[in-house]
Write a protein that binds this ligand. Structure first.
Ligand SMILES: *Cc1c(COP(=O)(O)O)cnc(C)c1O
Length: 378
């Protein structure tokens, strides 16, 4: 018997496809010696800004830092509230906490997995300074509604685009619609480097300038420090990797969309799961293909798939309002029911541009069989 092993994500296929180009450029940097803030960093920032369609990109060491530096640049701090979702990665609220502000949770929509725009207004108080929507799994949030609310209440909008590089809303790339967009180049993201990396995108020169010096110890001029900064630069080597990869991003995102279509077509008849719906007015970049598994069958399905060599992931098993770190915020079980429901139902299938059709076939067949058997025995 041949043993199949399909991982949820595989970074090595992409490396192999562009290895010679990457290695040539990395070796050039190693010989050049400008390992910190070498010319590739600025070059990548310029090219990424052009790709997104905004005035400026400022790179930094991670998506988490992009978020927290963006909030700092907007003067958000102690006493301020930032509206966001509990159904996301911890980095979203970590950034809010790091600047001393308080996250205020709005539940997500069951179909889009993103912020429920109808629930935002009721959470706005005198202390609210910003809305921080997360484009989860590569699917864009309803930015039209979010921007309308932000304008009405004079709030800033910080987009968490960590999972959504290249995603579009109403003809614009996400990250260029709010005041500032925050990106991650962690290896599993759509545009990933070979370690940690991140960036902010903005067309506001004040935000760009402030993040630019906060990321290098808070001084515009070397050894003159105006305010408390951090050490959060993108390595020259990582910028070099990203410069090689950036020209491929649309092609890779398109490959993800083809895989998503395959899943949707081949899983349409399967009972007991809910497939992700179309994004109205937008384009998803499918960082994840996440289904909902009903009737409490997720763990069983995940185990059955694993036995057939199909790796899956649960993003995220505990919503942030129920995390110990946020116990002081006063939420409890039942506070945000959709996020809680999703945390028990979501299952992300293997998704990366190089996933073969043969693998997709194995995955969809294994899934169909697993759930068909379940219904026979029930
Ligand atoms: C990955 C991720 C981040 C953080 O990015 P890092 O580069 O890992 O710091 C933030 N928000 C979301 C939604 C993410 O998926």
């Amino acid at each position: 018997m041949t043993t199949v092993n399909i991982p949820p994500f595989d970074a090595t296929c992409q490396y192999k496809a562009i290895a010679s180009e990457i290695e040539k450029n990395i070796c050039a940097v190693m010989a050049d010696g400008r390992y910190i803030m070498g010319p590739q960093v600025k070059e990548f920032e310029a090219q990424f800004a052009q790709y997104l369609g905004c005035d400026q990109v400022v790179s930094c060491n991670s998506g988490t830092d992009a978020l927290h530096l963006a909030l700092r640049a907007l003067n958000i701090g102690p006493g301020d509230e930032v509206i966001t979702v509990p159904f996301t990665f911890i980095a979203t609220t970590e950034a809010i906490g790091i600047v001393g502000a308080t996250p205020v949770f709005v539940d997500v929509d069951l179909n889009t997995y993103n912020i429920d725009v109808n629930l935002i207004e009721e959470k706005i108080t005198e202390r609210t300074k910003a809305i921080l929507p997360v484009h989860l799994y590569g699917r864009p949030c309803d930015m039209t509604a979010i921007m309308a609310i932000a304008r009405k209440y004079n709030l800033k909008v910080v987009e968490d685009c960590a999972q959504a590089t290249g995603a579009m809303w109403s003809g614009k790339k996400v990250g260029t619609i709010g005041d500032v967009g925050c990106f991650s180049f962690f290896p599993t993201k759509n545009l990933g480097c070979f370690g940690d990396g991140g960036a902010i995108a903005t067309s506001d020169p004040v935000i760009a300038e402030r993040v630019e010096y906060l990321r290098r110890h808070g001084g515009k001029v070397k050894y003159h420090h105006e305010e408390l900064g951090v050490n959060s630069r993108l390595d020259t080597l990582q910028a070099t990797v990203l410069l090689v990869k950036l020209p491929y991003i649309d092609q890779w995102n398109a490959a993800r969309a083809v895989i998503a279509d395959y899943y949707i077509n081949h899983l349409a008849e399967v009972k007991g799961i809910v497939l992700p719906t179309d994004v109205v007015s937008g384009v998803s970049v499918w960082n994840q293909f996440t289904i909902r598994v009903l009737e409490g069958q997720r763990e069983r399905l995940q185990k059955l798939l694993k036995e057939k060599g199909v790796g899956t992931m649960v993003y995220y098993p505990i919503p942030l309002h129920l995390q110990k770190v946020h116990a002081d915020l006063g939420y409890s079980l039942g506070s945000l029911p959709i996020s809680e429901k999703l945390s028990h139902e979501v299952l992300s299938l293997p998704m990366f541009p190089e996933l073969t059709v043969a693998a997709q076939e194995v995955i969809t067949e294994a899934l169909s069989q697993a759930l068909a058997n379940q219904h026979l025995t029930c």
